[in-house]
Design a protein around this ligand. Structure first.
Ligand code: SAM
Length: 269
């Protein structure tokens, strides 16, 4: 399938499911989140020390909750998404929180410094796996970072493309068919047409995207989930930065195998 088709499928898919996504997934603005049912930045402390007046860009922002969090700390934020329906939610949330975010409707593959300028922080949470060419996205983004700028990217962990199998006696474990070629997650409609795909990559491949873009990797985190079984269901929305009932069902698996990997990279000219 061509890149153009993957991008246009993705736009249609996210426009179509935006209302349902925002109904099901709950993301709060009190925290900078990195992905489903894992701790936010108050635990990992990857964000720059001072957020006041920094320029930030979010890729695949969805409802732009992370940009809203940053704007509330005084950052000047731009946030980009392929789906106008997702950006409509972002605009509503920003208005509710009385912050201004520069919202841009574009595939992340088309970003360029001429159009957007340069940034102290470029971040993306659980979105680059939907890109057809994440390596190129990282390379272009690196050129848009200011000296000493930070890139914070979280995405799906390659092990999470494995299949969970019952080992008997209440135990289950992960079966990886081919670590070197993680199976893309491809969704189809009822006529068997592909609607959207997300692709995972090996850890070394992702690490090399940052290094080859001339960035220095400061930290890689394979986070364990929050202890959600100890959190009352009624409090989950407020205490878990990014949650949904569906993701909570993966708690047992997330406790054994990371579902997410977070990269913090910096630019030193
Ligand atoms: C799983 S959501 C994550 C959204 C947000 N980062 C969050 O944490 O809720 C993935 C987002 O990526 C966006 N997206 C998918 N493909 C994209 C692309 N090629 N360029 C820009 N955004 C894209 C979707 O519209 C969607 O909002």
């Amino acid at each position: 399938m061509t890149s153009k088709k993957i991008i246009s499928n993705s736009r249609k898919y996210w426009n179509k499911i935006a209302i349902m996504y925002h109904d099901i997934v709950s993301i709060n603005y009190k925290e900078f989140h990195y992905g489903p049912i894992i701790p936010g930045d108050s635990e990992f402390k990857l964000l720059p020390n001072s957020l006041k007046n920094i320029h930030s860009l979010e890729l695949g922002c969805g409802g732009a909750q992370n940009s809203i969090f940053l704007a509330k700390q005084g950052a000047k934020c731009a946030a980009l998404d392929i789906s106008q329906s997702q950006l409509d939610f972002a605009a509503k949330y920003a208005k509710d929180e009385a912050v201004k975010i520069d919202l841009i409707c574009s595939p992340m593959e088309n970003i360029s410094e001429d159009k957007l300028g340069s940034f102290d922080l470029i971040h993306s949470s659980y979105a680059i796996s939907f890109s057809d060419n994440p390596k190129e996205v990282i390379k272009k983004s690196a050129t848009m970072l200011k000296d000493k700028g930070t890139m914070l990217i979280s995405t799906g962990h390659p092990l999470f493309s494995g299949e969970w199998i019952d080992l008997g006696d209440g135990e289950d474990g992960l079966f990886i068919k081919d670590y070197f070629n993680p199976t893309p997650d491809i969704r189809y409609d009822d006529k068997e047409n592909e609607t959207v795909r997300s692709t995972l990559y090996t850890l070394s491949e992702m690490t090399n995207w940052f290094l080859e873009a001339g960035l220095f990797i400061e930290k890689i985190i394979e986070p364990k989930p929050l202890k959600i079984d100890e959190i009352d269901k009624s409090l989950r929305k407020t205490l878990i930065p990014y949650s949904s009932n569906g993701w909570c069902d993966y708690y047992k698996q997330f406790s054994k195998i990371p579902g997410i990997v977070i990269f913090k990279a910096r630019k030193f000219n």
